[in-house]
Design a protein around this ligand. Structure first.
Ligand SMILES: NC(=O)c1ccc[n+]([C@@H]2O[C@H](COP(=O)([O-])OP(=O)(O)OC[C@H]3O[C@@H](n4cnc5c(N)ncnc54)[C@H](OP(=O)(O)O)[C@@H]3O)[C@@H](O)[C@H]2O)c1
Length: 308
């Protein structure tokens, strides 16, 4: 099979995704994503308002100060185009500085931040957004999320809707929302969220949410797609056994598994070799039986109870 055919075939696994093209620098640039040096673009998903979002990005939790600047800049230089931050990570300034350091044009990136619950409300929500922009040193955000479903969600959502209408945010969405929270939001929302970022990994697979979000036209995005290494993710025998067949690591098997389910992932790492490894998931396809082997790892419960 020719490489182009192969990649286009594998692209079909991500329902609703758009292939951005091979060999040409389209929306989110090119990625040197394989050990052999072949080039593949990071695919995008098309969101419910037509905006395209890379299906794989870079998480920045715990990457603060100089480490944050360095990691963000390095990740971008390796080909990551989606960068995920939040007010509570206390690293919006470092993320902004890392982006500047990378030298890439702002328009080539997809930058996400999140409003924290303490700032919910209409006026306070607008103020919090401006503070985020100031810290990032940007004049718009690609995606702004309500971080958790608590407090004056209605006021905060209406602030996001107005900022969206003003063109200051390209896409608005939520995080950690369950079906009941989305039902409540939709009783007053003028705009349906485009993204729901929720905990998703091999040990909390969230298939029910995946189906429900698809029905609602909301893109699912996985946080902690590697479970932060909990439950011995990186030495898990089921993932390792599958990995042997494709010559891939546990992290790569997990990320590929999310990708084939059509879920956006944002793995975080402070190591260049892991940044490269996590990008290198587009040159193989997990067959149906291997996808199935991951099902029984599901514990169907959060692995981060301390954040509930
Ligand atoms: N919306 C929310 O409520 C929420 C909550 C949590 C996280 N998030 C977002 O989701 C992002 C990802 O989640 P996360 O940071 O919690 O955890 P994660 O991405 O699941 O795991 C990060 C851990 O995996 C290790 N790692 C990464 N790649 C690896 C590889 N190829 N091989 C071995 N180890 C590897 C990293 O260590 P090394 O540095 O040593 O590579 C780090 O300890 C966050 O950074 C944040 O942006 C959002």
């Amino acid at each position: 099979m020719k490489r182009r055919d192969f990649i286009q075939k594998s692209a079909g696994f991500a329902a609703g995704t758009m292939f951005t093209g091979l060999g040409t620098s389209k929306l989110f640039g090119l990625t040197n994503s394989s050990a052999s040096g072949t080039i593949a673009a990071i695919e995008t998903v098309t969101l419910n308002n037509g905006v395209k979002m890379p299906i794989l990005g870079f998480g920045t939790l715990y990457l603060n100060d100089d480490l944050g600047v360095q990691c963000v800049s390095e990740a971008i230089s390796l080909g990551y185009r989606l960068i995920d931050t939040a007010k509570v990570y206390e690293n919006e300034e470092a993320v902004g500085a890392g982006i500047k350091k990378s030298g890439i044009n702002r328009e080539e990136l997809f930058v996400t931040s999140k409003i924290w619950v303490d700032d919910y409300g209409y006026e306070s929500g607008k103020k919090a957004f401006q503070t985020a922009l100031d810290k990032l040193d940007m004049d718009y955000l690609d995606l702004y999320l309500l971080h958790r479903p608590r407090g004056d969600i209605k006021g905060a959502w209406q602030a996001l809707e107005d900022l969206y209408e003003e063109g200051k945010i390209k896409v608005i969405g939520v995080s950690n929302f369950e079906d009941k929270d989305l039902d409540e939001l939709m009783t007053y929302a003028k705009i349906t969220p485009a993204v729901n970022q929720i905990e998703t990994h091999a040990f909390f697979q969230q298939e029910k949410a995946n189906k429900s979000l698809k029905k609602r036209g909301i893109q699912m995005e996985a946080w902690s797609p590697l479970a932060q290494g909990r439950n011995e993710h990186f030495t898990n025998e089921v993932l390792a056994e599958i990995g042997k067949k494709y010559n891939k690591s546990n992290a790569q098997i997990s990320l590929r598994w999310h990708y084939q389910r059509g879920i956006v992932t944002i793995p975080r790492t402070s190591k260049k070799e892991h940044m490269m490894e996590n990008l290198n998931i587009f040159d193989f396809v997990l067959d149906k039986s291997d996808m199935k082997k991951i099902d029984p790892l599901d514990l169907n419960i959060t692995q981060f109870p301390e954040w509930e």
